[in-house]
Design a protein around this ligand. Structure first.
Ligand code: PMP
Length: 428
């Protein structure tokens, strides 16, 4: 372990001192500050496949992968070559480019039901715009979201809910006016809510991955589809994480339930800023300039982002997703055994290539269950993994993102680290 002096004179410490002066909390997005687990976060110099290298030259096995924006591993040659080629032609024009047409075509070809796509620059913009569209086409204001699901930080979606019961929204952040969430109903995940004719849309992460990983129970998504149809509300799948990560068709294909609108992001930008919302030609026909729902962006459909995203989508085959899912399922099974053998109460949910760890005896099915798991134990576990060179998400409410670069050998290193870390955690 580094001594206090070494720590103080490290490049990491120097960058943190500078970062804290000019960036709120030293970060550009809150979870990166290690609020939930404490300690000094790494400052990253570069990435190489499943690894990142920090500014002090330490190499870490990275299970964050930019919270799911990176699927092929860091600095994959297919992506860096596509970026170099695109950048040499100019980075943004404010006009239609072939890349955005091709990316939209690639999305339509892979996700059953998607006919048109509007590209934006983040997941937040995608969900915010999908909401506006749903409200416009239904002529209704009310939105139903699930406790524990995250849909970016648009005012209307930054609503907190009480545990276990349906609650009309309370502002989920300072600065969100009560009026902005007054029409947002927050309900528990994995329970089909009673809807009425006031509801414009139900927005859901079809695989919840922002409260740790919480799989949809059998019948939940189909139940939402039926409930929406009964009252004429739209169903919106937020596939910002699940899209092009569970498989080419995302959760839509794996669940066999089609929403009316989709939100995408992360993987479709190959690690560059992007988002998209999508739907049938008829629904998307209401988006400006075809229709009355205003939505726009200077950098929307950005040539670098579309080039990187296309490179990723073209590089992965269905068989690659299946192989990755098999590797991760095996790892999750092994982790479950390791924790059990160490006498540590833990749940290791897994869906396709997504997994996470909850320290609790109960399977987690909703936000209340996720919050009931031991955050203190996760904190200890996080640091024991870091001591062994493995970077986990710095919060029990984030999902782990092993990707195509995490082969059997790499996942074997994760397993070894967990074996050692579980033994330490068990002593508490
Ligand atoms: N929806 C989901 C399901 C997400 O996981 C996220 C981000 N983690 C967002 C929306 C918001 O995306 P962004 O951070 O690109 O605004």
């Amino acid at each position: 372990e580094a001594s206090a002096e070494q720590e103080a004179s490290s490049a990491t410490a120097g960058w943190w001192a500078r970062a804290r002066r000019v960036l709120p909390g030293g970060v550009s997005s809150p979870v990166r500050s290690h609020q939930a687990v404490g300690g000094t976060p790494v400052v990253i110099e570069r990435g190489e496949g499943p690894y990142v290298v920090d500014v002090d030259g330490r190499r870490w096995l990275d299970l964050v992968q930019s919270y799911g924006a990176v699927l092929l591993g860091h600095a994959h040659p297919a992506v860096t070559a596509a970026l170099a080629e695109a950048a040499a032609k100019g980075t943004t024009f404010g006009a239609t480019t072939p890349g955005e047409v091709q990316l939209a075509e690639a999305i339509c070809a892979r996700v059953p039901g998607v006919e048109q796509v509007r590209l934006v620059s983040s997941g937040t913009e995608a969900t915010m715009s999908a909401l506006r569209l749903a409200r416009a086409v239904t002529g209704r204001d009310r939105v139903v979201k699930f406790d524990g699901c995250y849909h970016g930080h648009a005012d209307a979606l930054l609503a907190g809910g009480g545990s276990g019961v349906a609650t009309l929204g309370l502002p989920g952040s300072a600065g969100v006016p009560r009026a902005a969430v007054a029409e947002t109903l927050v309900v528990p995940y994995n329970q089909v809510p009673d809807l009425d004719e006031q509801v414009a849309c139900v927005i859901v992460e079809p695989v919840a991955a922002n409260m740790g990983l919480v799989p949809p129970e059998p019948g939940f998504l189909a139940g939402l589809r039926e409930a929406c149809d009964r009252v004429g509300a739209l169903l919106v799948f937020d596939e910002v994480i699940s899209g092009f990560r569970l498989g080419p068709g995302g959760a839509t294909a794996s669940a066999g339930v089609r929403p009316d609108l989709w939100c995408f992001g992360k993987v479709i930008g190959g690690g560059l800023p992007i988002g998209a919302f999508a739907g049938s030609r008829e629904l998307m026909g209401s988006v400006a300039p075809s229709g009355p729902v205003y939505q726009a962006g200077t950098l929307s459909g950005n040539p670098l982002a579309t080039a990187a995203g296309l490179a990723v989508l073209r590089a992965v085959q269905p068989a690659d997703y299946e192989a990755l899912s098999r590797r991760v399922a095996a790892l999750a099974g092994e982790l479950t055994e390791v924790f059990a053998a160490a006498g540590v109460a833990a749940q290791v949910p897994v869906v396709g290539p997504l997994l996470s760890v909850f320290f609790t005896e109960q399977p987690v099915r909703d936000g209340a269950g996720a919050r009931a798991a031991s955050a203190r134990r996760y904190r200890r576990f996080f640091h024991e993994m870091a001591r062994r060179g493995v970077l986990l998400p710095p919060s029990p409410f984030e999902t782990w993102f092993p990707g195509m670069a995490h082969d059997d050998a790499v996942l074997g290193q994760v397993l070894e680290a967990v074996q050692a870390a579980a033994a330490v955690v068990a002593e508490e």
